[in-house]
Design a protein around this ligand. Structure first.
Ligand code: 5AD
Ligand code: SF4
Length: 418
């Protein structure tokens, strides 16, 4: 099993390399580790970063397995793209997007509200943009939840500090072993996630990152609001991406849901991480109780304005007893609208979305999404990382199901670079 296709370095310019995948050229950033990279080398890239250099023999073996499938998948993807609408207003908006003109907030709100045939047309159009901009590559990231301790008390969250529940912390050794297992399964990008847990010293995290980095994977951190010095040290150790959602663009709502915290501090952290050089994934919750009219469109526009590298948003999954049900259509429309306002965006179909319907992964990928995440935390811990109910899914089954789905809809489980 493999979640990345090796590419051949076709040229190097500054800190960027052009990589050739079966004749398709993509660019990817070099890591310092690849300083000796030469034209003709074979590499793996994830999230637009070269994460590993491999021997020609190993590359050719993998490429031989992929070549036929790569083109077959492409054909399949092409065959599933359909555009067109009977609705003149929708048609005019599509033309506006095609002409490269920005859509206004009212237009976004209208698109987000579409249902039925119009929603289908919106999603098909977004899917065609996805194909034009990103081809049929689909990043499949693994996530390891290494501690469910959290000092924060976000009201929406199932592992918030005040909840009386079984807590765990993986040791450094367990974390590194879980990462090695994920790398063996074929993952080339791993998210290391925890609550805001000050228990781990900088040295422990730095050591773990150094060890995992050597496995040739892109390391994503999702550790919350920690000291910038720690983020810098982890970057220096080899982490290259960070997941920090801003949750809501409404400052009052933000402080209500995340007591003691301010939106402006969260946004500052995102900008500082970008300055350090991290690829940043950010986004928001859809359908938080009290979400204002137009707030979803504002969340999308704020994400775009931050100029981050990946969108990560999903429905708020209510706790027991709450009546409001999250609306999958709204989430799918959000994916499509993001694709329209930010055509080259990497858009994650999040695991929370998948709890709304067994079809959500497929629908999200057919609505303009191009990335997925699979939980590869050891089972005994994953069950306890219950951000929301229904989150736990056995890893092996999920991997098999995901690969079957990607095969069916013509997506290559890889990331071909920026
Ligand atoms: N429903 C959906 N997502 C949630 N998160 C936390 N609680 C919930 C919930 N009830 C998300 C937050 C956070 C991420 C780690 O998990 O958006 O950023
Ligand atoms: Fe902690 Fe994150 Fe949950 Fe907030 S959302 S309580 S920071 S784990």
């Amino acid at each position: 099993m493999c979640y990345a296709i090796p590419g051949r370095v076709a040229g190097i310019s500054g800190n960027k390399a052009t990589i050739d995948y079966f004749g398709e050229k993509k660019t990817a950033l070099l890591l310092d580790r690849n300083a000796k990279l030469e034209t003709g080398n074979y590499v793996y890239a994830q999230g637009g970063v070269i994460v590993d250099v491999i021997s020609e023999a190993e590359a050719k073996k993998t490429l031989a397995l992929w070549e036929k499938r790569f083109f077959a998948l492409k054909e399949k993807d092409d065959s599933l793209v359909a555009t067109g609408t009977q609705n003149p207003k929708l048609s005019a908006l599509f033309a506006k997007v095609r002409a490269g003109k920005p859509l206004g907030k009212d237009e976004l709100n209208w698109l987000l509200s579409l249902r039925g045939q119009d929603a289908d047309a919106l999603r098909s159009f977004a899917n065609s943009l996805r194909r034009e901009e990103l081809k049929n590559s689909c990043c499949v990231h693994g996530i390891i939840e290494f501690s469910n301790h959290c000092g924060m008390n976000c009201l929406y969250c199932g592992i918030r500090a005040t909840r009386n529940m079984e807590r765990y912390r993986m040791t450094e050794k367990e974390l590194v072993a879980a990462a090695a297992n994920a790398a063996k399964l074929g993952f080339r990008a791993l998210v290391l996630q925890s609550g805001e847990d000050k228990f781990y010293s900088g040295e422990t995290l730095v050591r773990a990152v150094q060890k995992i980095r050597r496995m040739g994977v892109l390391i994503f951190l999702s550790i919350g609001e920690r000291d910038l010095k720690l983020y810098q040290a982890l970057y220096d150790a080899g982490a290259r991406a960070a997941l920090v959602r801003f949750e809501t663009s409404n400052p009052a709502s933000y402080s209500r849901w995340r007591p003691g915290r301010k939106l402006e501090d969260r946004l500052r952290l995102i900008r500082e991480l970008q300055k350090i050089g991290y690829l940043v994934s950010t986004g928001f919750l859809i359908g938080l109780p009290g979400e204002g009219e137009g707030e979803l469109a504002e969340n999308i526009l704020l994400t775009r304005g931050l100029g981050t590298d990946m969108y990560s948003f999903g429905p708020y999954i209510p706790r027991n007893g709450e009546k409001e049900k999250p609306d999958l259509d709204r989430c799918l429309n959000a994916i499509s609208v993001v694709r329209l306002v930010d055509r080259k965006a990497k858009i994650l179909v999040t695991t929370a979305m998948e709890t709304l319907s067994p079809e959500a992964k497929r629908l999200g990928l057919m609505a303009g999404g191009n990335s997925l995440m699979i939980d590869v935390t050891p089972e005994k811990y994953s069950r306890l990382y219950e951000l929301y109910q229904g989150k736990y899914k056995p890893a092996k089954e999920e991997i098999a199901k995901t690969l079957a789905l990607l095969n069916e809809i013509g997506r290559a489980p890889t990331d071909l670079g920026l």
